[in-house]
Design a protein around this ligand. Structure first.
Ligand SMILES: *Cc1c(COP(=O)(O)O)cnc(C)c1O
Length: 373
């Protein structure tokens, strides 16, 4: 293989910071609580397998993924801990999950009955691990009716199943207004109270709940996503209280430097024109790497200083204005820390008009992930 990691645009992942964040969450939970590390979408851009491994080493009880393929990738890489698929898996693939010991979210009695028939007809003997999803107000997937839920629980007593968990998901846990959240908690409590015996994993908390609603976590497990990566689920709205450390740094180096003369223009559309002679650097990173084109007009950091982006962000390159000459290979931080300055995914998201989650999950495949600690 000739192609290698011959690129100086990297996403540096500090697994020590990841461990710190898991421990910070764990320290404020009641004794015996568990953490499931949410590693869907390539671990929010940080790399599925290394992050899952580090989170499990740091004491996470298992992982959550969005789709079956992600769980199977963990299995293919020798990670055998509990892995829960949070979305709905097509019933025709569910025996693959059962064989691999992957736990599936089930949101309806129909799905369970269909699997039950298939399992009996095909003599699938290895029990499928099931977490029943309960829709208390997110409106996405899950049981809304307690009678149907109880029938599902009864069916889970069949040998084709293992009733491993039940959970719900909040729509507004990152909001300063708690009224909708409290309505969801009350609905969840009715589902919990309807059972004589609870399954081993009872979970309701995402990052925001683990941060701002700890007093009402009526469950034994937190699903830790964005906070595990060191970022605030609310963006700027509510201060985070765990002392999180950002895990990722998006970095490149200058690939080309030149003096731009007053009156000369830069990039597509020639939208940027130098008012005076200035130093201009080209960076080998662009929107195809997940640095959104809508960050045109934003800034990066060089040597502890902010430098404005000059002209439009291109697919694979972009230009910045330097305060003075810096040579080729000078490090440039797109997201992270430089001297006293920081740029967070929340800062980038605000500029783009989105949330930090979308910035992180958008970082492209061809950006090499580099792990430390
Ligand atoms: C993505 C997801 C999470 C993690 O959310 P964060 O806000 O990143 O903590 C938890 N639970 C479910 C069901 C999810 O889909």
């Amino acid at each position: 293989m000739i192609s290698g990691r011959l690129r100086k645009t990297t996403y540096q992942v500090d697994l020590g910071a990841l461990r710190h964040n898991i421990q910070a969450q764990r320290a404020v939970l009641p004794a015996g609580s568990r953490i499931l590390a949410v590693v869907k979408a390539n671990a929010y851009g940080h790399g599925l397998v290394p992050v899952a491994q580090a989170a499990l080493n740091a004491g996470a009880a298992g992982t959550c993924v969005a789709i079956l393929d992600e769980a199977l990738e963990l299995r293919d890489n020798g990670i055998d801990a509990l892995s829960l698929v949070l979305g709905i898996t097509p019933v025709e693939y569910a025996n693959v999950a059962a064989a691999a010991g992957v736990s599936l979210t089930v949101g309806s009695l129909d799905w369970l009955e269909e699997y039950h028939h298939l399992a009996q007809a095909n003599h699938w003997t290895k029990p499928l691990k099931v977490h029943l999803g309960i829709d208390t107000g997110m409106g996405r997937i899950g049981f809304t009716d307690i009678v149907e839920f109880k029938r599902a629980v009864n069916l889970l007593a069949e040998p084709e199943f293992e009733f491993e968990g039940m959970f719900t998901h909040f729509a507004t846990a990152d909001s300063t207004d708690a009224s909708y959240f409290e309505k969801q908690v009350a609905r969840w409590q009715r589902f919990v109270d309807s059972l004589d015996t609870l399954p081993p994993y009872v979970h309701m908390a995402n990052s925001a709940t683990g941060m701002w609603h700890r007093e009402c976590i009526m469950a034994n497990t937190v699903r830790m996503g964005i906070s595990m990566y060191g970022h605030n689920p609310s963006g700027y709205d509510i201060k985070e209280n765990l002392g999180l450390q950002p895990v990722g740094t998006f970095q490149t180096t200058i690939s080309f430097v030149k003096k731009l003369k007053a009156g000369e223009s830069v990039s597509y559309g020639a939208t940027y024109t130098a008012k005076e002679d200035e130093w201009l650097a080209t960076l080998p990173v662009g929107y195809a790497d997940g640095y959104p084109r809508s960050l045109t007009g934003f800034k990066v950091m060089v040597d502890g200083q902010f430098c404005p982006i000059a002209g439009r962000v291109c697919m694979d390159q972009m230009m910045i204005r330097l305060p003075k000459y810096y040579p080729v290979d000078t490090p440039v931080i797109l997201m992270g820390k430089s001297g006293q300055l920081t740029l967070t995914p929340t800062d980038l998201a605000k500029q783009v008009g989105t949330i930090n989650y979308e910035i992180l999950t958008g970082i492209g495949n061809r950006v090499h992930r580099v792990y430390k600690n």
